[in-house]
Write a protein that binds this ligand. Structure first.
Ligand code: NIG
Ligand code: FE
Length: 412
């Protein structure tokens, strides 16, 4: 065993998803539960996890390491938020108020507000403003236990602001303890200067923005929905992004089903996200494929949408991940523990399934093979809950209480 730098000792319990890679079908929700437990860390990696006396036996006597007292605490992997829109300026509190008095999200979008109002605010700020905004948002996420996060562009929709957003995400990630993975959401919606010329806008993005955006992003994403893009433009955009080496994601079936799942399966996308409007046939097709279903119950709550068919997806063997969808318009929520609570109370997932969906399966969506588990060789990203039972992470509604956080082997 490599030299131990930190030992979390005598935990009430430590939990981690079983196996490797994504968990689906009968394995979904499978956890190793060690009780009591200790976790030994070497540098930025987990070296060992297991019963305290077994872990101690593996550490050479006289070794010098930092100790964290785990008594009365539960350890779980640092959470992975695989769908966030962290790069924006301004807010939509005014629209929130309008919605409270009956206006719908789609009506606000159709009248030129919604995403487009955040686009205007984001274009108006400097790159420095945007970087500090992303950094601030990452700080909020970390407070709630997120240690790896995806962050999308998509509030620029012109060359300068899209690239500025992706650089801001990169630079904020370098300053934050949270590991950040950027997504190019150049096809979020059609910006006002293009009117309703979806095809023209997509051609512009592909020719003028994508070549440079591809060197700053890992993923590409599109909003396939009435009022944004239909299948032909989505296909054109995604195929071009794939040719530039980006892995593909889709915002789809949020308000209406319009062919996104067959397209995602055909293109070998990494995930389809939302699925509030997905019917049985779509759910079964997705479940049988290797395209992950990313469920965003905070968004469904925020917009009062129907819920996605989570149980059907789970029974049919889909790769299910959960995420916040953090953004100013449809889900102003950065808390994965809250999302886990909603998954248990509204989607019919068990706490164990919700945990897998925010750790191992979310890591899979981001292509991370060494995050989302407390197992030897994985990143030493560890949350210590201030409770003796790990289920409190989902059970305590909006009240996640952490006794300690360890990121890449260092106590924060
Ligand atoms: O995931 N649906 C599209 N995009 C975001 C919302 C963006 C916004 O309203 O600003 C979402 O819900
Ligand atoms: Fe989203």
């Amino acid at each position: 065993m490599a030299e131990i730098s930190l030992l979390v000792h005598d935990l009430s319990v430590a939990v981690t998803p079983i196996g490797t890679g994504p968990l689906r079908g009968r394995d979904f929700g499978g956890l190793h539960v060690f009780s009591p437990a200790s976790i030994a860390v070497a540098g930025d990696r987990i070296a060992w996890i297991g019963p305290p006396e077994e872990v101690l036996r593996r550490i050479p006597s006289g070794a010098d390491y930092e100790s964290v007292d785990g008594r009365g605490k539960a350890a779980l992997p640092g959470l992975v938020d695989c769908h966030t829109h962290a790069a924006f300026l301004g807010d939509r509190a005014g629209e929130f108020e309008l919605r409270a008095s009956g206006a719908t999200y789609e009506e606000i979008h159709a009248s030129g507000g919604g995403i487009r109002s955040t686009v205007a605010a984001t274009r108006a700020g400097s790159e420095e403003d945007l970087r500090s905004s992303v950094e601030r948002h990452l700080g909020w996420m970390l407070e709630h236990g997120t240690m790896s996060a995806e962050a999308k562009s998509g509030y620029g929709l012109d060359r300068e602001t899209e690239l500025k957003s992706l650089r801001a995400i990169r630079d904020a990630g370098r300053r934050s303890p949270v590991d950040v993975y950027p997504t190019f959401l150049g096809a979020h919606t059609v910006p006002p200067e293009f009117g309703s010329a979806q095809e023209e806008y997509v051609e512009f993005v592909i020719l003028e923005v994508l070549p440079e955006a591809a060197s700053l992003a890992r993923f590409a994403d599109v909003f396939l929905e009435r009022g944004s893009f239909e299948v032909p433009e989505a296909r054109r955009y995604l195929e071009a992004c794939r040719a530039h080496g980006l892995a593909l994601r889709l915002h789809a079936d949020q308000f209406s089903e319009r062919g996104a799942i067959p397209l995602a399966v055909e293109l070998g996308a990494r995930s389809v996200d939302h699925l509030e409007a997905t019917g049985e046939e779509g759910a079964r097709l997705l479940a049988k494929s290797d395209v992950a279903a990313v469920l965003l119950p905070a968004c469904a709550l925020f917009l009062d949408l129907p819920l996605p068919p989570a149980r059907l997806l789970a029974e049919e063997g889909a790769i299910i991940a959960l995420a916040t969808d953090f953004n100013p318009g449809s889900s102003f929520c950065e808390s994965l523990p809250l999302v886990m609570n909603l998954a248990c109370t509204r989607l019919g997932l068990s706490p164990a399934e919700a945990l897998c969906a925010c750790t191992a399966n979310a890591a899979h969506v981001l292509g991370l093979e060494d995050a989302g588990r407390l197992a030897p060789g994985y990143r030493a990203d560890v949350l210590l809950l201030d409770a003796p039972d790990w289920r409190h992470v989902a059970y305590h509604l909006g009240g996640d209480r952490f006794a300690a956080k360890i990121k890449s082997g260092r106590a924060l």
